[in-house]
Design a protein around this ligand. Structure first.
Ligand code: R7I
Ligand code: MG
Ligand code: MG
Length: 349
């Protein structure tokens, strides 16, 4: 498709929901044989099963808040978004939220709250969360703002409502940038795609707070850059085992151990793989592969889904999969509305 086409917007938002819904089955599993993944996915194709419903988790619940807020406020409004997060959590607390972020969401509900970023700063003894909860809901920022500086800035602020550690919010910046570039068609040149992400993250991680957090947490000087270099090394190789991907990139709940992993899943699945069905297109391969990594499967598949969906477009999403996923229809409709906002913004409106 052409850059920033409607199909890419719909693909991004719908495939993110799909990843979350189908990935929920394996969240936290240590090892997930590919055979089990393929069985789970072919279960969605089974018409005789009638109306299968896979519920979405916190990943989609919070993404929906971001989408609704951006649309309603025609841009980023921290008060509005904070209120929506709090309201959504109190309406459906059972969506599988991270154990730490629940405290933030409860505080955000207080009408006395003056600084909406303060509850996030109080997390984990004042250092803030490095979980992937900011990154899992970052895709809509790439679908609302056409300019990269805006995407970076608002993805960062939107994540800081719950994640004040740079290893948390910079994961959101990276995820939003990956969706932004994919939307432009940048995945047609995978080498340039990863190089561009590294160049951008060099700058992002050169900030003082990022350097300080990395030092305190005893990570590499620029942790996301280091991981992206590993992604580049892995994608250059012909054969890579799942075990190697997990040990090099991780499959955990930290943004650092999941956002580069999701990006790798997309890059690795641009080509057919002999352990994935020949009938699968790139989007199906990406989701299946993400689940086979185990660990934080709903979130890795959600993030990989958003990037892949922006590349392949909505036509690549299997109708039967979509019908099984709660919130997929809604995502499709809202993607069209974000498409309008994006193109309105790009004309300076
Ligand atoms: O990041 P967050 O919103 O969780 C998102 C994940 C996704 O996988 C969702 O699908 C859902 O399952 O949860 O929630 P947080 O509570 O901020 O962070 C998640 C977890 O990361 C925390 O519960 C901690 O276990 C861990 N964590 C930390 N541990 C120690 N020190 C995050 N930050 C820290 C830290 O600074
Ligand atoms: Mg979840
Ligand atoms: Mg998860």
């Amino acid at each position: 498709g052409t850059p920033a086409s409607m199909s890419r917007f719909r693909g991004a938002l719908v495939a993110a929901v799909l990843g979350d819904c189908v990935g929920g089955e394996f969240e936290g599993a240590e090892e997930v044989p590919m055979e089990t993944v393929l069985q789970h996915l072919s279960g969605l194709e089974d018409e005789t099963k009638g109306n299968c419903v896979l519920e979405y988790s916190d990943d989609t619940a919070m993404t929906r808040c971001v989408v609704q807020s951006l649309l309603n406020r025609s841009g980023y409004d921290q008060q509005d978004l904070a209120r929506r997060f709090a309201k959504e959590y109190s309406a459906s607390p059972g969506r599988g939220y991270g154990s730490g972020v629940i405290q933030v969401l409860k505080k955000l509900a207080s009408p006395q709250l003056v600084d909406v970023y303060q509850p996030a700063r109080d997390q984990f003894n004042g250092r803030g969360s490095f979980g992937n909860g900011g990154a899992m809901r970052a895709a809509p920022f790439a679908l609302a703002f056409p300019n990269l500086p805006d995407v970076k800035r608002f993805a960062c602020l939107g994540a800081m409502l719950t994640h004040s550690c740079s290893l948390g919010y910079n994961g959101a910046v990276l995820q939003a940038m990956a969706v932004h570039l994919s939307l432009q068609g940048a995945l047609c040149l995978p080498q340039q795609f990863i190089s561009r992400l590294i160049t951008e993250m060099e700058e992002v991680e050169g900030e003082e707070e990022a350097l300080r957090d990395a030092r305190i947490l005893k990570e590499a000087e620029k942790p996301f850059c280091e991981r992206l270099h590993r992604v580049r090394d892995l994608m250059d190789r012909n054969k890579v085992s799942i075990e190697e991907v997990i040990s090099e990139l991780g499959n955990g709940i930290a943004a650092l151990h999941s956002v580069p992993t999701a990006i790798f899943c997309v890059l690795h699945c641009l080509q057919p793989r002999d352990y994935l069905p020949e009938s699968y297109g790139g989007l199906e391969r990406t989701i299946a592969y993400s689940l086979a990594l185990g660990g934080d499967t709903d979130t890795i598949a959600c993030m990989a889904g958003a990037i892949a969906g922006a590349h392949y477009g909505v036509e690549a999403v299997p109708q039967r999969w979509m019908r099984c996923c709660e919130g997929a229809e809604d995502a499709d409709m809202n993607a069209a509305r974000l498409h309008a906002l994006y193109h309105q913004t790009s004309q300076g409106g």
